[in-house]
Every structure is written in structure tokens, then in C-alpha cells.
Design a protein around this ligand. Sequence first.
Ligand code: GLN
Length: 276
Amino acid sequence: MTLLQWLKHAASRLESAGVDSFKLDAQLLAGKALQKERSWILAHGDESVDSEVEQLESLLYRRIKREPLAYILGYREFYGRSYTVSPAVLIPRQETEDLIETILSYIPNDEPLKILDIGTGSGCIPITLKLERPQTEVFAVDISSEALELARVNAKNLHAEIQFQQSDLLNSLDQNSKFNFIVSNPPYIRNDFSMAPDIKLYEPHLALFGGEKGWEIYERLVHDAPKFLLPNGYLILEHGYDQKDILIGLFTANGWRLVTAKKDISGIDRILVFNH
Ligand code: GLN
């Protein structure tokens, strides 16, 4: 069998399994199995893959079962950098790149500000912020020790100096710590929300689901965050598509001031900026 024949077979199996990006996924799976770049895969359709069929088929089988491509490949690009990912962490999302853009717009290039990321997962948020604004001091917490372990690997690989700590939201932080920015993309999905099998069966439920309502984590942050913010500090949050008004109500009723509300690149309400 040639590589091109395998690609066609794999793409058609993936399409039948309901995978939208079936052609691209077939190419990337082949790249992983043959340890080659996608450009090589595209240029070498005539190569025989007879001795690699087992490898190829085992990766194809995983994707047919709807395991996310990022977990199979072991990495995901975020804001132009490659992050190691595993089922211990949420796969970084495009809408979180929009969160990054918003946060960066509040951080001048020259001020040594302190930033805390809550629920850091793969570490994509604090690492990006530190690399884009090297003068800042960046801290990150997560409740999951496995996630923190992976976030540390990513910080090391990408040469970003971040201070990580295990904590359930702000509970284990030094009570005297204060930050100019507290940012978070917390779990915000309603427990009973129906989702694609790729997400629901494979991504960590701890990182996805906020509770019965979905916005339970924000109900904790609204009370816990003020004492960790420096004067004029900002709280910048990613949230679910239908939570904007609820969260604005929740925060403003508890002494916060809405600075701005933003949509993501798909035009969906996604980001809120508050100060206190
Ligand atoms: N902060 C991480 C991210 O944006 C993890 C988010 C989460 O696990 N809810 O990808």
C-alpha cells in the first residue's frame, strides 16, 4: 500500500466516523506514525507504507473513536507556540487566544506588573503572557497536580519563568499576595450540557464543568478575588456563550465595576473585564 492509498482510506474512515477535518487529520496521523512533517507526507504519496500499516492503523483507530487529535499527537499550537498536552489538561482553545489579546491590551510593555492565572491547565495563559510581556511577574495555580506537572513541562520547554502553586482557586495562596491582574479561563460548562464526543469522552471533566449552573466558579471568585487585587487591578475572565449578563449581574451586585465585555473571534460573548 502506498502512503496516498492509506491517506484516502483513512480520510474516508474518518469522514464516516463524523470527523469534520478528515483529510487534514489523516495527514497529521500519518505524520505522527511515520515521524515526518505534514509537508513530507503531502510530497511522498508514492512511498510504500507496508511496514508501517500497524502504526498507522492504531492511530487511525484512536481518532475514529473520537479521541482528540491533540491528545494523539501530544501537542497543540497556541498563540504561535507548541504546548505538550495530555488528558490531564484541557486542550488550549482558539477563544482563549482572544482572552490573551484582551489581557495583553491592558499590560504596557514596560511595567513590572504581577499577574495570577487561576486554573492554568496546560499553562498556555501564563506562559503566553510571560513571553509576550517578559517584564511581568507571573503566577499560576491549578487544583490538579497532574495539570501543574504538565504546565511546568511547557514552561520549561518554552523558557518561561512562572511561579506555579497547587491551589483550589485562591484557597492556598499566601493571604498577603496581591496582583495587578487576576485572569482565568475556569471550567464554565453546565454539567448536563451536551457536547461532541471528542470533548465529553476525553477532556478532563474537572476542567470543563463548572457545576449544575455552569457559573459556580465565578460565584466563588466574585467574593475571593478582591483581597488579592492591588488597587486599580483587573479581573479578566473567559466565560460561556450564554453567561455574559448573568456574570455582569453577579459581579456588579457585589461591588465590582464592569470595564468591558468582549466577543471572541466567532462573534460569541466570551470575555469580561472587571475592576474593584
Ligand atoms: N487555563 C487553561 C486554558 O485556557 C485551562 C482551562 C480549563 O481547564 N478550564 O486552556
